[in-house]
Design a protein around this ligand. Structure first.
Ligand SMILES: Cc1cc2nc3c(=O)[nH]c(=O)nc-3n(C[C@H](O)[C@H](O)[C@H](O)COP(=O)(O)OP(=O)(O)OC[C@H]3O[C@@H](n4cnc5c(N)ncnc54)[C@H](O)[C@@H]3O)c2cc1C
Length: 320
């Protein structure tokens, strides 16, 4: 039997789906012990978590927690874990869950195992972790009195237990230092256009585009094909395109019928986001670029010439 504390992030008045899967993992790890759930601010969600395996629910109420503030959330989670004597502190392997749990561990010098696909209790606790965008599975042991880990998304099904759990609200202690990282504003994604994650065709550019202006032919081809525009991380880091267009491990995972990758080398972290594509057309000056091993079709040439030539041919065939 073990005491388990599960972080349950919420959005729009509903618990994160992966967090419900994490509650199921929590119940397995507790093996009859207590499964505590921590919710930040959202009372409405708290009441329903008993039905997903929580035996007690704690709601941290503080104005600083109404918008994402990962250091503050990490402190609340860590302090609660101390007061409960939790042997496991677990959360969903989402961007938010990993951000908070990594900080929870780092604050007290504990190891952190992100994106676990299997967890075996013991001394030490052993885990299998999904790494490099799912292209590598790592076996690891957590040598610590408290295992801090996240569960990779959708590797186990959330099981409804139909139970109920008492809900206790509390006001956590937070200092200014805990609020150093917080959301201070939001920029809405541009309206209209085709959503990258759902697009049937995605046309992406990489560093080979050369500049923000060098993306004009990519945007034009995407528009002709009714496609979404994508890009590599080299491009977002250079500030040529917004992060919302980044394809890859730290960007959007896409699954189009056709992925056109122009001036993109095909780094593992990029392909981790593009491996759901049914067909890949690579346009690259370098016939040895790694993307060629993933490509179904390739055009070896300068994208500044090849991409406009494709657009011109499409227009010609449409008689425009
Ligand atoms: C933890 C981590 C996470 C990461 N996450 C991501 C991610 O989510 N997405 C991502 O994309 N990357 C990610 N990266 C970065 C990744 O490793 C690569 O650095 C990045 O993908 C390279 O971008 P690129 O292919 O545009 O640039 P480069 O690797 O510089 O490749 C440019 C390519 O363009 C070709 N080229 C140059 N000029 C032309 C031209 N005129 N015409 C045609 N071809 C031309 C070159 O031959 C080359 O193949 C991540 C890295 C790390 C460490």
């Amino acid at each position: 039997m073990a005491t388990v504390l599960v972080l349950v992030p919420t959005a729009d008045g509903a618990p994160d789906k992966v967090a419900l899967q994490t509650l199921t993992l929590g119940a397995q790890l507790a093996a009859g012990g207590d499964v505590h759930a921590l919710v930040l601010s959202d009372d409405a969600v708290a009441a329903g978590l008993g039905a997903w395996g929580a035996t007690s629910v704690h709601v941290a109420k503080h104005p600083a927690l109404d918008t994402p503030a990962p250091d503050a959330a990490a402190r609340v989670l860590g302090d609660l874990a101390d007061s409960l004597g939790a042997a496991f502190v677990v959360g969903p392997g989402t961007e938010e869950g990993n951000t908070i749990l990594a900080r929870t561990a780092a604050r007290v010098g504990l190891p952190f195992a992100a994106n676990c696909v299997a967890v075996t209790p013991g001394s030490p606790v052993t885990v299998t972790r999904s790494r490099w965008g799912g292209s590598l599975l790592e076996e690891a042991a957590i040598h610590a009195d408290r295992a801090v880990l996240t569960l990779a998304a959708h590797v186990i099904e959330a099981v409804q237990t139909g139970g109920s759990a008492p809900v206790e609200a509390f006001t956590p202690r937070l200092d200014d230092a805990d609020l150093a990282v917080r959301v201070v504003g939001r920029v809405p994604a541009p309206a209209g256009g085709v959503s990258l994650s759902d697009a049937r065709v995605v046309v992406s550019g990489g560093r080979g585009a050369g500049s923000a202006e060098g993306f004009a032919p990519i945007v034009e081809l995407a528009s002709l094909l009714g496609a979404a525009v994508g890009c590599s991380r080299a491009v977002t880091i250079a500030g040529w395109r917004p992060h919302t267009e980044q394809v890859g491990q730290t960007g959007t995972k896409i699954a189009p019928e056709l992925y056109v990758a122009a001036g993109i080398s095909g780094a593992t972290q990029h392909l981790a986001g593009a491996k759901g594509a049914k067909r890949i057309l690579a346009i690259n000056k370098d016939p040895e670029a790694p993307i060629m091993t993933a490509a179904d079709y390739a055009v070896i040439g300068d994208m500044a010439e090849v991409v406009p030539a494709i657009s011109a041919e499409i227009r010609r065939r449409r008689g425009a």
